[in-house]
Structure formats: C-alpha cells, structure tokens
Design a protein around this ligand. Sequence first.
Ligand code: A3P
Length: 317
Amino acid sequence: ADPTLAQGISEYSDLISTLPLDKGWEPYLLRKYQGFWIAEYILPGIIALQQHFKACHSDLFLMSYPKSGTTWLKALAFATINRNRYQFADHPLLSHNPHDCIPLIDIDFASKIKDTPSPRILQSHAPYSLLPDSIKASDCRIIYVFRDAKDVFVSDWFFFNRLRRSNGLEPIPFGKAFKLFCEGVCSYGPIWDHVLEYWEESLRRPEKVLFLNYEEMLADPAGNVKRLAKFMGCPFSTDEEKEGVVEEIVRLCSFEKLKNLEVNKRSKFVLPNVKFDNESYFRKGEVGDWRNHMSLEMALRLDGIIQEKLRGTSLTF
Ligand code: A3P
C-alpha cells in the first residue's frame, strides 16, 4: 500500500474510531493508541509509519516529546552535518525555518522522504515503542532531546493557545491543561513514558541512541554540538575547532539568531487545516520559565508524579 495521508485515513479510520477519545485539547482530538495519546489528525500518519516505513542504515532520526527543544536540535544537527556544504554567511538556516530543513515524518512520511537526500535526517515525535521494527532493528542512529517537564508543559500551553487563537478559540485555562498533562492526556503523552522508553533504549544501545538534555545544551552548547558531531560520525577536526567552527554553529542556531530572522517571523501552513506560525517555535528559550506561570504546589505535584512514574528506573528529569 502507498501510505499517503489520504489512504492512511481511509485505511485506519475504522480502527481509530474505536480508540479512547479525549476532547480536552480541542481543536485537537486525542486518541489513545498503544499507550499514548496522539492527535487524531496525526494518528493515520503514525500508524502508516509504524506499518510501512523502511529505514536505511544511514538514517539519522531526531526524536523528542514536543516542546523539548526539537527546533534547536534540528538546526544544530543540520548545521553540523552540512558544515562543509554551506557558508555560514549564506546558510539555508538564515532563510529557512529548521522545520523546513529536516522533515517531520509523523504525517505523510512517504511524500516527506521522497526528495530527502541520503544520508537522511528525519524528525519524529513518535514514542519508541511505536516505531517500526525496521528502525529499531536497523543500524540507524537516534538522537533524543528531553527537557524539564514543567518547562515543556508551559511551552506547550503557550504554543497550543496560539493554535487555539488562530482557530478562533479561547485559550485553554492553565489549570485545566495542567490537570490533563498530569494525567498524561496530551499530545504524545504521557511525557514520562515517552522519555523513559528512549532512555532505556539509550542504555541498551548507547552507540545508536544519544540522549541530550535541553538544560545541559543551554549550559554548554559547544560541548553538546561536539557530542552531536561525534555521534553523527562527523567529529570536528582540531583545525575546525581552532578555526571556531563549533562556535559558528552555536551562534547560527542560537535562540536570539533564529528568532530574529525574517523567515521565522513569517507564518506558514504545516497542514491544510492547521496553521502554525514559524514565530511560535521561538518563545523564550530559557530554563525555568515555569516559575513565572506555575504555583509551587503545581510544580511539586508534577515533579512528584514523574518521580513516582520513574521509580525503580535510573532516569530523573
Ligand atoms: P519555550 O516555549 O520555553 O521558549 P520545540 O522545538 O520542541 O517545539 O520546543 C520549543 C521550545 O524550544 C520553546 O521553548 C522555544 O522557545 C525553544 N527554542 C526554540 N529554538 C531554540 C533555540 N535555538 N535555542 C534554545 N531554545 C530554543
């Protein structure tokens, strides 16, 4: 079968209509599929990915729970792997949003990978357990970025409310969204299972799954770009380091640089029915913004839930 979005919808709609439904994040309708809540409009793409995607050994996957630093990781990986291909003064990232440089394969992967040159760099928010066996069994590499769940939630709340506004809807109240998030009812949630699955895989196959942390990347961007390069099989040479190539990449991909580019202030349509602004991917880019929006009680509650869910594992976040 050709797993296009249209075919996916007709092929899977019977299955999808039987799945648990939650309307708390309208205009998204969430369906619970194999343990994770996925937006109904994305689910055919995720099932098609699971059933039909064929990985190549040279593929590189950038994975994350949404709002954990995906855009930044995409920019850094793209700039690092292509550093000998483009001049920094005339770089594609100066005129293209990072999401236009590396495709998201959760929706209509077949058309997204059609023109992607090899070695392919692809992005997905799919949980590890929902990935096709062809990815899990192949030699391809996965980079996963994760972030403090409190900042993820705040970031998501702002992002989602922009989407609501552009659909003529009132913002979802902070407390209501928080309650859903704590129940794991949110796009690609629960976050704790999402992060844990990739964490366990990174312990099992550290040479194939790299685990990056948003807070550590902000504290030491150059060190993390070097880790990224080494993992991707293109470590920086001593000469490159002396010439300041790492710092050039960090500067090019920095929050301030990307946020202020003309291209990232313009709007774009990701899907026929959902409008995202490029601008909405660049809000504050800080650690700990949750303190400005969440009560201490809420913070302790979410931390407690995550600690409880991760009890007995070696993961903390
Ligand atoms: P905030 O909303 O806290 O500012 P994602 O890319 O996974 O959707 O995550 C979005 C979050 O990453 C937003 O967080 C956004 O501001 C931040 N971000 C985007 N680009 C960044 C960059 N170049 N450096 C650091 N943070 C960045």
